[in-house]
Design a protein around this ligand. Structure first.
Ligand code: PLP
Length: 265
């Protein structure tokens, strides 16, 4: 099927991930981010969760059959201009995604946010290192924080982790939120190009407080800017400015809430 592309047709961005009923993270937050940046979200569910800003109390993965049918039905009509993958609950769903995207004729920019553990400490994925590595191999950029980079690579140090992840992924954006202290946070982009490997630093102001879903928002904003035609480094710096704006507008849902919810405006 040929997509109808006119000047006012919004670019479709496919987000694949879990449902966080707070819309702090997960696919409803991804959709809010994509819409606020002027693109059209397509959303595919990998798992439902029960959570609030204190804890994830339960989660229920979809089956590989359900996941495949959601994606194949969409792809029969739509051509996503970028794809963002977030929560992958287990090996079954990871293999299904690898199988679908490895056999695609063309793949748009693919952003993988390797969500393993929530900021409230709950394990969100039982997918193995091998599962993640196979997916990273297909990615344009992956966005691990320090803890995720160590977990995915099995390395003992962050430099060894980056070396291993860079062998697999075209680009690694190592986010610094969980490692930097002080007023600034430094995110590092490591990328393999035809002229060799390059690295680039992005320094942002640390915002006071605890936020739910900031990593998720960053990855969906990067995917949206890639869909809108920006090159990777500009997509990342523009997305960091978006997240800064959404964090500045964040709110606490109740007086006892542990984390602020971003407002995607
Ligand atoms: N729940 C879902 C469905 C998510 O996708 C994520 C992260 O992307 C989380 C929870 C955890 O978010 P956070 O690490 O900000 O707590």
């Amino acid at each position: 099927m040929t997509p109808l592309a006119t000047l006012d047709t919004p670019r479709p961005v496919l987000v694949i991930g879990g449902l966080d009923p707070t819309t702090g993270a997960g696919i409803t937050a991804d959709c809010a981010a994509v819409v606020s940046l002027g693109a059209h979200p397509l959303a595919v569910l990998t798992a439902s969760t029960a959570q609030n800003t204190h804890a994830v109390t339960n989660s229920w993965p979809v089956t590989a059959t359900q996941l495949r049918e959601q994606i194949m039905t969409l792809l029969a009509e739509w051509q996503p201009a970028a794809i963002k993958i977030g929560l992958i609950p287990n090996s079954e769903t990871a293999s299904c995604l690898v199988d679908i995207f490895a056999s695609a004729n063309t793949l748009p920019p693919l952003v993988v946010d390797p969500v393993c553990v929530s900021s409230s400490g709950s394990v969100l994925s039982t997918a193995s290192k091998d599962d993640w590595m196979q997916l990273l191999q297909l990615s344009t950029v992956c966005t691990p924080n320090h803890r995720e980079a160590l977990h995915l690579s099995g390395a003992d140090t962050i430099s060894a982790a980056i070396a291993r992840l860079s062998e697999v992924a075209q680009a690694v954006l190592l986010t610094g939120t969980d490692s930097s202290s002080g007023d600034c946070i430094t995110h590092h982009l490591y990328r393999n190009t035809v002229s060799g490997s390059q690295s680039h630093e992005f320094v942002v102001q640390r915002q006071v407080g605890h936020y739910h879903g900031s990593g998720c928002a960053l990855a969906s904003a990067i995917a949206t800017h890639l869909a809108l035609g920006l090159e990777l480094e500009s997509a990342i710096s523009t997305a960091l400015a978006d997240v800064e704006r959404w964090m500045a507008l964040a709110f606490l849902p109740s007086t006892s809430s542990q984390q602020k919810i971003l407002r995607h405006q």
